[in-house]
Design a protein. Sequence first.
Length: 289
Amino acid sequence: MLFDTFIAPFAEFEFMRRALAGTFALAFGAAPIGVFLMLRRMSLIGDAMAHAILPGAAVGFMIAGLSLFAMAAGGLIAGFVVAVGAGLIARSTQIKEDASLAAFFLISLALGVTLVSVKGTNVDLLHFLFGSVLAIDDPTLLLIVGIASLSLIVLALIWRPLVLECVDPGFLRSVSRAGGPAHIVFLALVVMNLVGGFQALGTLLAVGIMMLPAVTARFWARDITGMIGCAIGSAAASGWAGLLVSYHFNLPSGPAIILVAGALYAMSVLCGPVGGLIWLALPQKHLEA
């Protein structure tokens, strides 16, 4: 019974194994990025950037159809353009960067949907917006794994300035000039992982596998290393359980994965030992003289 429920779908069907491998790769690549976005109070920027890649992917689709290389390259270019453009506008005008990104987010979403509708069908539009993790093929899987591997390597290289900027950005500016370059590299990693997530979960849900495990981890760990470990575990568990829910109950796979991640978040809000509601309601021990 347990085998049939939890293991048999992956043992019997190759597409389920590829989907599981893809979601695990997204967990290792996107979840750590989500932790740093959360700690730097940039969570909504991740959502804006997820929609920013849509016009570029749509242009790639118009040029080459459902070509992995064309859509990934278009998404990367569009993401970088929006990130740089929003930053330049924020520094050149009185508009804050979050407001600038919100404007780009709305324009990008509308433009991307329009471009896809002009060339494709409603099925193509649904694929762009919600993805199709069960349709991951070998080239797409290699792209997601490559992005995750590169993300982990680059994060290791810029770990110190990223952590310092989360804890004390003023101190980092006073002792080093690495903060600016590390920020740019970090934004590049955000775009790359959103492009990888877009291939599996679509533009509307790609940020979910990045941010929900990150905010879940905040209720289970106090230090950054622990948060990253919890976020990766939460994202991987969400992918595995979401695929099983999708398989057994005939539900769309991408939304099922994000809903499981949302359920883990809700459970953590209640039961998490670091700021969970139940723990906060318990009598607190006080220092004795």
